[in-house]
Design a protein around this ligand. Sequence first.
Ligand SMILES: C[S@@+](CC[C@H](N)C(=O)[O-])C[C@H]1O[C@@H](n2cnc3c(N)ncnc32)[C@H](O)[C@@H]1O
Length: 237
Amino acid sequence: MTVSKRLRHIAQAVPRNRRVADIACDHALLSAWLVEQEIASSVIAGELRAGPFAAACRTVRERSLAKAIEVRLGDGLSILRPAEVEVVILAGIGGPLTAAILERGRSSLRGVERLVLQPSSSPARLRAWLCANNWELETESLVDDGPFIYDLLTAKPGDGVRPYRDQKFPRHVLLELGPFHLRAASQLFLRRCRNQRRFTAGIASELRKSKSQAAEHKLKIVEELLASLDIILADND
Ligand SMILES: C[S@@+](CC[C@H](N)C(=O)[O-])C[C@H]1O[C@@H](n2cnc3c(N)ncnc32)[C@H](O)[C@@H]1O
């Protein structure tokens, strides 16, 4: 079986020989890869919708993986019983939905030692949830697969605020850009910063046209992000 660069990148962040939940698994290709590559000892693959659930069951059946992968139909972490898994993966869904699933499923996270998260949008919302709920961001990486650059975050139970202390940028900028990305300043990260600078400058010029208080408040935040992006890009020129 071949899987995408993005899925392989996610698999590399999963600790070895653990019981894993692959939530929002769709076709369960990641679940199958984790077992076939002997990364996970077992996988519970969860899916909300009937169509992808059937596709996941098919993957497991066709690849003879039923001993190691159990596919369950249901919403987010509600499919898990207490202490059933040590690692939870949420990949390929937006940051806000990922945060909402974690929030709704807090009680299922007891005993979980690692979250492996690949938000398809708004990673800032997810970082904010982790920070506020004492999930300590442990690693951040980026992978470019086709036209997109994907974020991958891992977190462990701990001090949610630790990665954000003693940094030269405001908290909202750290949440937006990622504290580990900022320290590493990889070429992929800098490429994304250049794109984000163009996009953010467009938002700022729109906000400057408005006289509302809400727009003024938003503009202040956006200008701080712009100033930070300028510093990052100048420092790494
Ligand atoms: C784009 S696919 C991602 C599949 C896979 N995780 C990946 O990274 O390639 C998103 C999947 O999430 C499922 N999903 C959305 N909300 C969900 C929820 N609350 N609980 C479980 N699955 C959900 C959708 O049905 C869909 O199959």
